[in-house]
Design a protein around this ligand. Structure first.
Ligand SMILES: C[S@@+](CC[C@H](N)C(=O)[O-])C[C@H]1O[C@@H](n2cnc3c(N)ncnc32)[C@H](O)[C@@H]1O
Length: 107
């Protein structure tokens, strides 16, 4: 029998190179590649309490409608989580960024 790996804890996912790359490219894709408009379309009409799994650097946050009462944003990667916290401060809805993974949701 193999030992099952559990992914929990604040550094359960560590991809520092990907994180740095994604943090730059995602911002460009939003601004110049039309991804921002897709986010708006995707998140339009949401309300209530949202759990976003794998929030990245928080680029969805600006697009959550005012009817959203709270976003619990789960992000396991340290750098992206830090950027998400900064983005959350600028969001129009309350955002709580927390470490965690889809395999062990902290909610
Ligand atoms: C492609 S990014 C999407 C970020 C964000 N949702 C967006 O739309 O901009 C995927 C994110 O999932 C995170 N991730 C990777 N493995 C994960 C896991 N096991 N559980 C939760 N999130 C994970 C990555 O760190 C990354 O931030």
């Amino acid at each position: 029998m193999t030992k099952q790996r559990t992914k929990a804890g604040p550094d359960a996912v560590r991809h520092p190179l990907f994180a740095r790359f994604y943090a730059r490219v995602s911002v460009l894709a939003d601004a110049k590649g039309g991804v921002g408009e897709l986010r708006r379309e995707l998140l339009d009409g949401l309300s209530g309490r949202i759990v976003e799994v794998g929030a990245g650097n928080g680029l969805n946050f600006a697009y959550y409608p005012a009817a959203v009462s709270e976003v619990v944003a789960i992000e396991p990667e340290r750098l992206l989580r830090r950027l998400a916290v900064e983005e959350g401060l600028r969001a129009g809805v309350p955002v709580d960024v927390v470490p965690g993974t889809a395999e062990a949701l902290p909610v």
